[in-house]
Each structure stands twice: as structure tokens, then as C-alpha cells.
Design a protein around this ligand. Sequence first.
Ligand code: SF4
Ligand code: SF4
Length: 179
Amino acid sequence: MKKQRAFTHEVAAEVPEVYRCYQCLTCTLGCPVAFAMDLYPHEIVKYVQLGARDKVLNSSALWTCASCETCATRCPNEIEIVQLMDCLRRMAIAEKRAREKGPILNRVFLDAIRKRGRIHEISLIVDLKRKTGELFRLDKDEMRLGLAMLRRGKLKLLPTRIKETNVMKRLFSHVEKKR
Ligand code: SF4
Ligand code: SF4
């Protein structure tokens, strides 16, 4: 019981309003990606209240959430579910529970922003495939889509970077120091 309470308190230290949830389901009903989640947003909140650490931190829903804010905007109790998801994702990464591609994509995406200040989609996909051990696994649908986007000028062959990359690096180290 103590362990369960400790988990709830740990999360509530960042998102104190988590205690206010009364399971109205409004968040889940508005979530555009709920259909792809193993736990719905209202269930995540409920399991946090119950202190079900394993259930929550092993959930793939943490990585399916698109941080679109729809749930938080609709919640009658103003529960910051996006902040809650961020907190849980950090905990899952710290405990090395994240086995999905989501956290790897998260890392690769942030590294690209830190380095160039903007995303180069082709480099992002190559980095993601390299880090997930899928570099040589060709997906025909992905290839077809990529070529179609290239033909329409939607993908750039070479990466570009912003002028103020130093500012971006300073910004990242400032945020990292605060953690
Ligand atoms: S909308 Fe808010 S109160 Fe309702 S279930 Fe979701 S988190 Fe709980
Ligand atoms: S922020 Fe996440 S949980 Fe909330 S509605 Fe958007 S995708 Fe769903």
C-alpha cells in the first residue's frame, strides 16, 4: 500500500490536480488517438490515483498520446493530462521501461532540434531506423510514400539549419539544468 501511495504522491507533486478526477470520461471521448491506446486517458488518471505504477509506466498509451491538449481543454476539473503524460514518460524512461519506438523517436527528434534547430525528415527516419535496428528493413509502403513526397517537393534531400544554433544549444542546457 505504501508503494502505491508513493507513486501517486510522486506524480501528484508535478500534477497536483490529478486527485480531482471523478472519471467522467470526457478526456477519452475527445482524444483523437484513444482508439490506438492500450489504456484510455481517463484510465491512466485512475491508475495513477490507485498507485498502479507498473500498469501505468508500462502502458504504450504514454507514447501514443500526441500531446494535442484536447483532453486538458475539455476536462471539467482542469486536469493537465499532457503534463501528466510528460511526467509519466520521464518516469518510464528513467526506469528503462520504455520499449516502444516512441521514446527513441522523442530522443532522435530532440537531438535534431538541438543540432540544427529544425527537422530534416529523411535524417530523422534514418536515425530512428538505425537506433531501432531497422536500418535495412525496407517497408514498401514507406518507400512509396517517401518517393511520392520527394517528387512533390515535400521532402528536402539535404538538411538545413537555423543561423542561431548556439541559442538552441543554450536553451537545451538551460532546460536540462532545471530538471
Ligand atoms: S475529463 Fe478530467 S475529470 Fe473527466 S475523466 Fe478525464 S481527467 Fe478525469
Ligand atoms: S493530449 Fe494525448 S491523451 Fe490528451 S487528447 Fe491529446 S492525444 Fe489524447
